[in-house]
Design a protein around this ligand. Structure first.
Ligand code: FAD
Ligand code: DLZ
Ligand code: SF4
Length: 517
């Protein structure tokens, strides 16, 4: 006789791990796992079709993995005629089906979904046990304890705590090699003639092909290309991509971390964030593998340290900030920026070559690497004064790795300075010179990166100075901007007026719907 179900375990689309805390708190013999493709999640922003396909295909394969591990899974597909379209609606139907004594769920990755879960106990009249997400290294309490009483929450100091906590790249209580951070060695422009690794390509199986047909039919009008979908959708394949990165790209990851090259979207990056964020890969396991390669003498310290810092430093830190700052954090707008994003952010049709590259690759692959996100699309959006809520929505839509906990601090805090300096000590604003130094983009561009004014001048140049000038009341006292403000003050009035007129001409053109295309 079948035993009654005592525990319902909703497993969300970014919780695709067999080591999930909710599973650890239940007995497979008397629990029912609930996985659900729901219209609300797929539609709360216009996610890139590749992102939805990744999630649905990975969810369907994960349901099989759970079954193979002994769990019984109710899986609700998007096209199930009974599908209510929401997490709460599907939990309600599962409660009605199984009448479980309790619900156990791993905490959600964002405030929006936590607000839903918080209502379940009252709504369903039974205990709801919300377990911490143990896939992260720092718990909320760890982060709050670190942050308490500090005037500034700088990533670097948090990162050192995480090194100590995990023991990664430690030599006793000292950092391996004598320094905590080798970032200075990680700023080389990429040479074109080196053999560049490409991420592995995974041919869709029958399950994934069914998802692709569903996504094409339901979300084909979302921005981004679905064709060419070749993400890993199982843990085994995600581990293959991890191994491929460790073997072929990690050694150069540090050196070329900030580099950009025309028609080379991936360079020496890992392309692992979509898998880390949905649960197919484990961040700490990955870091231990990276350390092992360093200890075996297979990769240099600047590469291993640089990579580990991104995961146990930045990734954990932005999550800590997101939960600490509360649900209103994404609404902040320190620079009072109100301009809509240009329509060509959704098409890539612009003659600013750097933006055409970063946006085009994003629409093709649901991926761009960090410096493209920060110093091209993010920098440009901040320089033109784009509304940070709109900028965040764009990032949340177009990247396969985007979930609010990681997207919002990166976009609002790091890239738009929308939190006024909580996360970044100064705005990541730059003229065309930075892009020219770190890429080959400017050589392919119709604009001249050396000119500030005139019809061929690189738009970033005038926009950069105009950004500083118009935001002086808010930024003028920032010590880290003292030098650029001094340089601006050294220019004569006529030069300043020419630059500002150039920027105004460009912004007027954007406001009139001009695409520079
Ligand atoms: P690699 O360059 O190989 O780095 C290794 C890993 O480090 C990544 O997989 C990621 O897990 C982690 N990592 C690196 N930098 C960060 C960071 N700043 N914050 C968190 N994790 C980091 N990352 C996301 O996962 N989701 C997002 O929605 C997202 N939005 C971003 C928006 C902006 C404006 C910026 C500037 C950065 C954003 N990032 C985001 C961080 C970073 O750009 C991506 O994690 C990275 O590009 C993913 O590609 P990769 O796996 O090849 O990374
Ligand atoms: C991103 C996403 C999408 C597109 N669709 C689903 C879905 O149908 N079902 C699901 O469980 N999860 C989905 N997700 C991921 C969720 O949005 C993610 O689990 C929450 O953001 C966590 O707070
Ligand atoms: Fe971008 Fe300016 Fe370089 Fe063109 S010249 S690629 S617009 S930075």
């Amino acid at each position: 006789m079948e035993r009654p179900i005592d525990t319902l375990i909703p497993v969300l689309g970014d919780q695709l791990s067999l080591d999930l805390s909710s599973l650890a708190a239940a007995d497979a013999a008397t629990a029912r796992v609930l996985m659900m493709e729901v219209a609300d999640e797929a539609g709360y922003v216009r996610h890139h079709p590749k992102k939805i396909a990744l999630l649905f295909a990975a969810m369907r394969h994960h349901a099989d993995a759970l079954r193979a591990a002994g769990w019984t899974v109710d899986y609700v597909t998007l096209d199930d005629p009974e599908n209510s379209g929401s997490f709460t609606g599907e939990v309600a139907r599962a409660v009605a089906r199984h009448d479980p004594a309790r619900i156990v769920v791993t905490e959600a990755g964002e405030w929006r979904v936590m607000a839903m879960i918080d209502q379940w106990q009252t709504r369903f009249g039974r205990p709801v046990d919300v377990r911490p997400d143990t896939r992260f290294i720092a718990s909320h309490a760890d982060f709050d304890a670190w942050a308490a009483g500090r005037k500034q929450l700088r990533m670097e100091f948090f990162y050192r705590e995480m090194r100590r906590k995990t023991g990664l790249l430690m030599d006793g209580d000292q950092p391996e090699g004598g320094a905590w951070n080798y970032d200075k060695e990680n700023r080389k422009p990429a040479p074109r003639d080196l053999m560049m690794p490409r991420p592995l390509s995974f041919a869709p199986d029958a399950v994934t092909r069914e998802v692709l047909a569903l996504v094409a039919a339901r979300f084909g009008n979302h921005p981004g290309r679905l064709d060419g979908f070749d993400f890993a959708v199982t843990r085994a394949d995600a581990l293959r991509q991890q191994g491929h990165f460790l073997d072929h790209a990690l050694a150069s990851f540090g050196d070329y971390q900030d580099a950009m090259l025309t028609d080379q979207p991936f360079l020496w990056h890992s392309i692992l964030s979509p898998y880390l964020n949905c649960g197919l890969l484990d961040p700490l396991d990955l870091c231990r593998e990276v350390e092992a390669r360093y200890r075996a003498g297979r990769v240099p310290l600047n590469a291993a340290e640089g990579f580990i810092r991104q995961i146990i430093g930045w990734r954990e830190y932005v999550r800590g900030i997101y939960w600490r700052e509360g649900p209103d954090y994404p609404q902040r707008n320190f620079l009072d920026a109100r301009r809509p994003l240009p329509g060509w952010y959704w098409t890539g049709e612009t003659d600013l070559h750097c933006l055409a590259q970063a946006i085009g690759q994003t629409l093709d692959h649901a991926y761009a690497h960090h410096i493209q996100r920060l110093m091209v699309t993010g920098n440009f959006a901040m320089l033109i004064g784009a509304d940070p809520v709109e900028v965040q929505r764009w990032y949340l839509e177009v990247y396969a790795d985007a979930y609010e906990w990681v997207e919002a601090p990166n976009v609002l805090g790091m890239s738009q300075f929308g939190d006024g300096g909580l996360l970044a000590s100064k705005p990541y604003a730059s003229s065309g010179a930075y892009i020219d130094r770190m890429s080959d983009y400017c050589g392919h561009c119709r604009y001249d990166v050396k000119q500030r004014t005139g019809p061929d001048a690189c738009p970033f140049n005038a926009l950069y100075w105009d950004f500083l000038a118009r935001n002086r009341p808010r930024l003028g006292k920032n010590q880290r901007l003292a030098m650029p403000y001094r340089n601006w003050d050294r220019m004569d009035e006529k030069t300043q007026a020419g630059i500002r007129a150039q920027a105004k001409g460009f912004l007027d053109h954007l406001d009139a719907g001009g695409g520079y295309s």
